[in-house]
Design a protein around this ligand. Sequence first.
Ligand SMILES: Cc1cc2nc3c(=O)[nH]c(=O)nc-3n(C[C@H](O)[C@H](O)[C@H](O)COP(=O)(O)OP(=O)(O)OC[C@H]3O[C@@H](n4cnc5c(N)ncnc54)[C@H](O)[C@@H]3O)c2cc1C
Length: 318
Amino acid sequence: MNASAGGVETSDVVAAALRDKRPVVALESTIIAHGTDAQKARYLQPLLSAEEIWCQGFSEPGAGSDLAGVRTAARLEGDRFVLDGQKVWSSYAHIADFCILLTRSDPESSRHAGLTYLIVDMHAPGVDVRPLRQITGEAEFNEVFFDGVRVPAENLVHKLNEGWAVAITTLAYERDLLTFIRHISLRNALHRLVALARTRGAGSDPILRQKIAALWIGEQALQMNAYRSLTKILRGGAPGPEGSTSKLFWSQLDQELALTATELIGPYSQIAEGSPWAVDHGQWEFYELLARGSGIRAGTSEILRNILAERVLGLAKD
Ligand SMILES: Cc1cc2nc3c(=O)[nH]c(=O)nc-3n(C[C@H](O)[C@H](O)[C@H](O)COP(=O)(O)OP(=O)(O)OC[C@H]3O[C@@H](n4cnc5c(N)ncnc54)[C@H](O)[C@@H]3O)c2cc1C
């Protein structure tokens, strides 16, 4: 767990993954909704306790927002699938034990048909993980190559060629219920921002006060909306397209928070950890760079607005 992959120290990444359990809620909910009894018995407990780390293999070089363009091939040969292809931007793949993988199992199919959802052992022969360094300096996500990887047929989630419905479940939970976890890290950052404003004597600046107050109101709204989603799910419901509101709103707040910290600190906000001039050990420099990805991961803001426009408001299709 503390090994380094491709020269990348993983201990911080593991700590972050365990701290906010980013993919876990969506993966666990998917297995509960679509997995077999044997899959639930085998995978759920160590997934929840983080004894086993999972990653999500959806995006490919030619399939990001347009996820139905997935091309990673899964050929069914007897009692196993054989995988060939490539995924990209797979968070934590370099430390993951398992991957939920969206594959194209029918080579004649296109778009949403002919896709199959598999659980893949990341330690299997033929899996090659190559970390990608990000703007923050970390390497949280990766390219993953599959070269003749064999996957037991019992690792099929739901039905052959019907993986799109399973992927939608994962995405819906990722965009909706996961906001609970995103909200906690946002609230923690907001508390740190308030402390910083006080320390720097900026609490009496009327413009800054307005901005922080707006962030505070947004944070409360995010939390209430997350409770609303949780209540719906606890009553037997499932997240729907309206859940995209939570992820979209969080990403906007997250970026506004980063911007407010940058304005408060001024040019010193760009100094990274390790320099004696770094404010708060460079955490705001890191936060600002990390927030660039908030409007991309788990669906870009443009895509989420399209979903809300078409599927919630009933407006014309994109
Ligand atoms: C930090 C981070 C972690 C990630 N982790 C994972 C992971 O663990 N697993 C995984 O599978 N993926 C992961 N991703 C990938 C992420 O899901 C994709 O980056 C995202 O879906 C966008 O796809 P893309 O990068 O191919 O961009 P593209 O789809 O090529 O989009 C490029 C731009 O075009 C816009 N655009 C595209 N289509 C439309 C449209 N129809 N209307 C309007 N605008 C449009 C987009 O909004 C975007 O601005 C991660 C990404 C980030 C940043």
